[in-house]
Each structure stands twice: as C-alpha cells, then as structure tokens.
Design a protein around this ligand. Structure first.
Ligand SMILES: Nc1ncnc2c1ncn2[C@@H]1O[C@H](COP(=O)(O)OP(=O)(O)OP(=O)(O)O)[C@@H](O)[C@H]1O
Ligand SMILES: [Mg+2]
Length: 254
C-alpha cells in the first residue's frame, strides 16, 4: 500500500499585484519526512506558509493537508497542522503555561487533557523550570522552544517551521533543528522547515530550493551537491550556484 501524503501542493501560484511571489509550485511530503525549504530573502517561503495555513488563497492550484483541501475544508486542514511562524507570536505578558493552555483550549482540548499534554511536552523538552515564568523573561532560544511545544499540543501530523531559528545563536539553532528532526522520526510528523541557512537542512530527507517563487531543485542534500559543475561542492556552494544560474537565466517575476 502507498504511504498517504501528509502535505500536497499542485500547481500553486500567488501574485501580489504585478509581483509573482509563487509560480506553479508543486510538492508532496509524506509522514516522517523532514523537508528543507531553502530560499533567500524574498524567495516566497512565507507566502507559501501563508497559503498552507489558509491566511491567503492561492490564485491557482490546490493545497491539501492530510487529505483536507485547505479552501474546501480549512478546519479539517488546520486541525492537523502545527505552525511556528517567522515572527514570534507568544504573548509576552502571559506565563508559558498561560500561552500553552490558551492554545489547547482553542483547539477544543478539555482542561484535564490540556494539563496532561502541557506537562508531557514540557518534560520532553526539559522546560518544566520555565512553566510559570512570564514569556518576557525567557531567552530567545527558550521562547522558540515554547512556540514549538505550543505547535505540538494538538498533536499535528504536519509541522510547518518558517525560519524558526531567526535570531538564535548557533548552539540554540542546532538544538532546535535536532529536536525537530527527532520529533519528526519519533512521531512520524511531516516537517516543512524553511530557512536560508544551509547547515539547517544538511540532515533533511529532501531539500527544495525555492528562488523568486519557483522551485529550482528538489533532491536529497547529497544529490544536490553532486549536481554542481565542479566535484565535491558543499551544500552551501551548490545552493549559491543554483541561485546564481537562475539570476543569469532571469526567469522569475514573469
Ligand atoms: N503582503 C504582500 N504584499 C506585497 N508583496 C509581498 C507581500 N508579502 C510578500 N511580498 C513580496 O513577495 C515576495 C516573497 O516574499 P516572502 O515574504 O514570501 O519571501 P520569504 O522567502 O519569506 O523571504 P524572507 O526570507 O525575507 O522571509 C517578496 O518579493 C516580497 O516583497
Ligand atoms: Mg519569510
């Protein structure tokens, strides 16, 4: 039997006035796959996340999350999605527990189940010590971990992480990536991890390179490295080469 698809996009396009932010994007992610979405500033990563979360409608194409079409059945789709947006969205004046509890209640969990989930996720991330602290008092790395915990409380099947490591030091970045890679495998969650930092996707099952709204390449990190003209390219060099070739061809913003 074929493994079901966790996330599927077919021919998705989105323009802001004359600017084509996404141009005929198709991709498919299966459970327990960690997919790196690699793109420079303005590539269209956040636009893609906004379409996946139903904040905007695409101009063309279909998006389905665990079989739920985002435009026909947004509630079904959103109930299976966990999201960490590029900009932090925790309430700084509430405690960690307050932020997490509110999310559980929004997702219709009973108070008892909410407490059980909050406790087990705080344990899993070794974050019980900050449970009753105001979010304002937390380090940037811990705030991001709390956002990740919040995204997991309703037990999503697909996790969207949009530049979740922005502002973190290299150690905290590595720690967050490692946490998400292990969650992906342990809980069979499909992960779409967007970033412009190449090291973060070195361990991905597949890397999708997005530039000026178009997918330029999709393969394992090793295959991407092997595609370069010179042998033994690093992943960072292979990424730069793809972007530079695209500049020369001048395909985007048609
Ligand atoms: N609401 C909007 N109105 C008009 N143009 C927009 C809007 N949002 C994004 N854009 C433009 O669409 C393109 C894609 O932007 P997007 O934010 O999706 O890229 P990104 O890959 O997330 O970039 P970054 O790495 O800087 O976060 C950019 O040229 C951006 O200026
Ligand atoms: Mg962005």
């Amino acid at each position: 039997m074929n493994t079901p698809t966790a996330l599927e996009l077919v021919g998705v396009s989105k323009s802001y006035g004359p600017l084509t932010a996404l141009n005929n994007v198709s991709l498919s992610i299966k459970p327990a796959q960690f997919i790196g979405l690699l793109g420079q500033n303005g590539a269209g990563k956040t636009t893609l996340f906004q379409l996946l979360t139903g904040l905007f409608n695409s101009d063309e194409g279909q998006i389905s999350v665990c079989g739920h079409d985002i435009s026909q059945d947004p509630i079904g789709a959103l109930s299976t999605l966990g999201v960490v947006f590029q900009q932090a969205t925790l309430d700084l004046d509430l405690t960690v527990h307050g932020n997490l509890k509110f999310h559980c209640l929004l997702h219709g969990l009973s108070r008892k189940l909410a407490e059980e989930r909050i406790n087990s996720e705080l344990d899993r991330f070794d974050m019980q010590a900050v449970r009753d602290k105001q979010v304002r008092s937390l380090s940037g790395g811990n705030r991001r971990k709390i956002e990740l915990i919040r995204a997991l409380l309703h037990q999503p099947k697909v996790l969207l992480m949009d530049e979740a490591t922005v502002g973190l030091d290299p150690e905290s970045r590595k720690s967050l990536v490692n946490h998400v890679v292990s969650l992906c495998k342990e809980r069979e969650i499909a992960v779409l991890w967007s970033t412009h930092i190449v090291e973060e996707v070195q361990a991905a099952d597949r890397v999708i390179v997005l530039d000026k709204g178009k997918i330029l390449a999709e393969s394992s990190p090793e295959e991407l490295q092997a595609q370069g003209i010179e042998p033994n390219l690093s992943l960072a060099d292979a990424f730069s080469q793809l972007i530079n070739n695209n500049k020369e061809i001048g395909v985007a913003y048609e």
